[in-house]
Design a protein around this ligand. Structure first.
Ligand code: ZN
Length: 418
C-alpha cells in the first residue's frame, strides 16, 4: 500500500541533497553535495516527505497524476538562498554605469552626489506602490533564476519613518510574493544629506530612536552596518550593533570592502552571524572570523561590476575553515543583478571555487548566513520543499553554461510557482 503525497518529482538524473546536519560546511566539507543519481522527491504540504533513489520513492509513495512531474533526467537541487541583497529600491542608476564605463570610480560618483544618496532621494520620492511594482519584477526574475529565499535590507530611507516604511514594504512583499524575504535593518547604510555634518548625531538617531521602533514595529531579524572608510567607523558600528544585539536582533556587517578598518574583527567580537564583502580583510581579520565562527558572505559580482580586478581571498578562507556563502548583493549601484547563477560563475572563475563549493555556498551555507539552515537549503525529509528542476545534465552547468537560466520549474513550499 503506497502512502499518498501531494506531489512527486521523478526521473531525476542528479539530485543534489547537500545531506548532513543543519550547520555551515567548512573546508573540504564544502565539496560534498550528497548527490543521488536516478532519484525522486516526494512532497507533502509545504515539506519534503522523502527523497532518494527513484525505485524506493516510487514504490513507497503515490501522488495524483497531475502532481507528478517528470524531470527528464535533469538536475534537482534546493532553491537558492540569496543572503545579501538591497532588492527594495526605486529607479535605476544606468547613467552611473555609463560614467563608470568612461573610467570614473564608484567613490568619485558618490562624492559628486551619486551613489547610495541618489538612491535615497529616489526612494523617499517613490510611492509605496511604485516601490512594490519595481521590486516585484526583481523578485520574479530571482524566482525565474532559481532563488526561493532572499535577505532584503532597508537602507535607502535613512530617516526613521522611511526606514520603517522600507521594512514594512519588505514584509508586505514577503506575504504577496512566492519568494520568502528575510528583513534586515540597514539604517546605517550611509549618512543622509541632512546629517553630513553631524555624523554622531545620526548614530544617536539610529540607536535611540530607529532601533527601538524597528524592534517594536517590524519583523526585522538582523541589523547590518556599512562599516567602511568614509562611512561608519568601527566605533560607530560597534555602538549601533551593540544596541541592536541588546534589543534582540541578529548582527551582520558590511566589512572590509574598500579598506581594512576592522570590520572583520568587530563582526567576530560581537558574535555576528556573517561578515560580508571582505575584499580587504587582513590576516588578523580572517583569524578573527575563524575563531568567531563568522560566515563570510562573498559578493563577487560586486567586485566584477566595480571593475576592481580584485576579489575576496575565498581559497584562503576555505583553507582556514571559515564558512563561505555567496550572494548577489542585488542593488542599483554596484551589483545590478538578480542572478545567483552569475554569482556561481564568478565564484568559480574569479574566486577559485569549485562548482561544488560554490553550490554549497549558495544553498546550505547561505541559509545559515540568515539563520535558516534548520529549515531550508538542503533536500531532506521535513525540510521546506523549495526546489528547482533544471534542464541541464549536471549541476556544473549552473556555473559553466553562462548567462542563461537553466530552470524548468521552481517549487516553493511544495507547489510549482515558475
Ligand atoms: Zn550590500
Amino acid at each position: 500500500m503506497k502512502q499518498p503525497v501531494d506531489a512527486i518529482i521523478h526521473n531525476i538524473g542528479q539530485l543534489v541533497t547537500l545531506e548532513g546536519p543543519p550547520i555551515p560546511r567548512r573546508g573540504v566539507a564544502m565539496q560534498a553535495l550528497g548527490i543521488i543519481e536516478d532519484a525522486a522527491v516526494a512532497m507533502r504540504g509545504e515539506r519534503i516527505a522523502a527523497a532518494g533513489p527513484e525505485q524506493d520513492i516510487v514504490a513507497a509513495f503515490e501522488a495524483p497524476a497531475s502532481e507528478t512531474f517528470d524531470a527528464e533526467r535533469g538536475v534537482v537541487l534546493p532553491g537558492f538562498v540569496d543572503p545579501h541583497t538591497h532588492v527594495l529600491f526605486a529607479g535605476s542608476r544606468w547613467h552611473e554605469f555609463e560614467l563608470r564605463c568612461q573610467g570614473r570610480s564608484y567613490q568619485e560618483i558618490a562624492a559628486a552626489g551619486g551613489g547610495i544618496r541618489s538612491s535615497v532621494r529616489a526612494f523617499r520620492a517613490a510611492t509605496d506602490e511604485t516601490l512594490k511594482i519595481q521590486t516585484r519584477r526583481r523578485l520574479d526574475r530571482m524566482l525565474g533564476l532559481g532563488t526561493t529565499t532572499v535577505e532584503a535590507k532597508s537602507g535607502y530611507g535613512l530617516d526613521t519613518e522611511q526606514e520603517l516604511r522600507a521594512l514594512r514594504l519588505i514584509e508586505e512583499l514577503d506575504k504577496e510574493h512566492p519568494v520568502d524575504l528575510v528583513p534586515t535593518f540597514l539604517g546605517a547604510h550611509e549618512f543622509p544629506d541632512e546629517y553630513r555634518s553631524d555624523r554622531d548625531g545620526y548614530v544617536r538617531l539610529i540607536t535611540e530612536e530607529m532601533l527601538p521602533r524597528v524592534v517594536a514595529e517590524t519583523k526585522a531579524r538582523f541589523c547590518d552596518v556599512f562599516c567602511e572608510e568614509g562611512v561608519f567607523t568601527a566605533e560607530q558600528s560597534r555602538a549601533i550593533l551593540q544596541t541592536a544585539h541588546r534589543l534582540g536582533l541578529g548582527l551582520k556587517l558590511h566589512a572590509d570592502e574598500f579598506a581594512p578598518v576592522g570590520g572583520s574583527e568587530l563582526a567576530a567580537e560581537l558574535g555576528a552571524i556573517s561578515a560580508d564583502h571582505l575584499l580587504e580583510a587582513t590576516e588578523h581579520g580572517l583569524l578573527a572570523l575563524q575563531r568567531g565562527g563568522v560566515t563570510a558572505v562573498l559578493l563577487p559580482v560586486t567586485s566584477f561590476s566595480l571593475g576592481k580586478g580584485r576579489y575576496a581571498a575565498a581559497r584562503t578562507m576555505i583553507q582556514m575553515e571559515i564558512p563561505v556563502a555567496l550572494a548577489t548583493d542585488c542593488n542599483p549601484g554596484s551589483s545590478m543583478t538578480e542572478s545567483v547563477p552569475l554569482v556561481l560563475s564568478m565564484a568559480c572563475l574569479e574566486l577559485g571555487l569549485s562548482p561544488a563549493e560554490a553550490l554549497t555556498a549558495a544553498t546550505v551555507n547561505a541559509a545559515h548566513a540568515i539563520g535558516l539552515a534548520g529549515d531550508r537549503g538542503r533536500v531532506a525529509p521535513g525540510l521546506r520543499a523549495d526546489l528547482q528542476v533544471l534542464d541541464a545534465p549536471s549541476y556544473v552547468s549552473l556555473a559553466y553554461h553562462l548567462g542563461v537560466s537553466h530552470v524548468r520549474w521552481v517549487f516553493k513550499n511544495g507547489r510549482p510557482v515558475h
